[in-house]
Design a protein around this ligand. Structure first.
Ligand code: BV8
Ligand code: ZN
Length: 249
């Protein structure tokens, strides 16, 4: 894969790097995406599952969907794309991962600075008294939504559903990192979910070099400086190898 001269120049001179990632980066770990051809949304609509009213209307169904996804996540692990991103920290002083994913694979791959815009499926809390219930306290085989030991309230996953606000401080810090970045990689996202999708837009507006890595064109393809079409698990390690050569490691 031949990288653009401009991109190679940026890789040589960059100091701060941001990775904006979506479900596509976890696809090679066997976690289904939302909107791709095997996407889970194709069978189920977001409004039916990833929103608070759907949860109140049918808590067991929504809980079971998250249990199913948790099981897949527990049975898999990070793929070469996650590990390559974590490895960037050996070559650049300031590397941030701004992810829409709730699967914690960036954390398990060893990335140090992660901004989880949509929460984390391994955390849960009581909708009434907000008591935390992390995964270790949840019986994964239990299909019924668990009840809070403190107050009997319903326990929900600590993820941002449609119509819910993103964690304000996380979003503000992620936006600041994007604005200050020299390169913003947009990896495995259809870039249609807002306000998360503003992140690469703000990065570019502040002079960051936008590099998209995806298996197909997306809403943001016409806006980026460089598109690399292919699987993230194959492309990210190649970029890392080029960096090692550029920096004579
Ligand atoms: C909010 C968490 C309001 C749970 C998810 C403008 C501004 C603000 C809001 C809106 C707005 N316009 C519309 C809205 C409302 C809404 C929205 O964005 N709607 C969309 C449908 C238009 N936004 C919201 O509701 C947000 N909340 O705004 O609240 C508010 C404001 C103030 C006060 C109160 C309330 C909340 C949105 C968050 C919803 N939560 N998930 C869970 O995961 O279960 S969304 C879901 O979509 C996931 O988080 C996912 O990460 C995210 C984005 O999807 P992608 O990650 O991009 O995944 P997708 O499948 O789409 O794409 C995968 C890509 O990978 C594809 O391009 C594919 O080609 C590629 N790929 C596949 N394999 C590979 C690959 N690439 C590389 N390698 C491969 N191997
Ligand atoms: Zn409670």
């Amino acid at each position: 894969m031949n990288l653009d001269e401009a991109f190679l120049e940026r890789l040589k001179t960059a100091n701060s790097i941001v990775f904006f990632t979506g479900a596509g980066i976890s696809a090679e770990s066997g976690i289904p995406t939302f909107r791709g051809k095997d996407g889970i949304w194709n069978k189920l609509k977001p409004e039916e599952l990833a929103n608070f009213n759907a949860f109140l209307k049918n808590p067991d169904m929504v809980w079971e969907w998250y249990q199913h996804r948790r099981t897949i996540i527990h049975e898999t692990g990070p793929n070469p794309a996650h590990y390559a991103i974590a490895n960037f920290e050996n070559y650049y002083d300031d590397v941030s991962v701004v992810t829409q994913n709730v699967d914690n694979l960036h954390g398990r791959a060893g990335s140090s600075h992660i901004y989880e815009l949509h929460g984390n499926i391994e955390r849960n809390f009581c909708v009434d008294c907000k008591t935390d219930y992390d995964d270790s306290k949840i019986d994964l085989s239990n299909k019924q939504v668990p009840k809070c030991e403190e107050c009997g309230g319903l326990i929900r996953p600590d993820v941002v559903w449609f119509g819910e606000m993103l964690p304000q401080l996380v979003f503000a810090n992620a936006q600041r990192k994007a604005e200050q970045s020299d390169i913003c990689f947009v990896v495995g996202t259809s870039a249609v979910i807002y306000p998360a999708a503003y992140i690469p837009i703000e990065a570019k507006r502040h002079g960051s070099y936008l590099v998209e890595i995806n298996i197909e064109e997306t809403e943001i393809s016409s806006y980026v400086d460089c598109s690399l079409f292919g699987k993230a698990g194959e492309i990210m390690p190649v970029i890392l190898d080029q960096i090692k050569q550029l920096k004579n490691y």
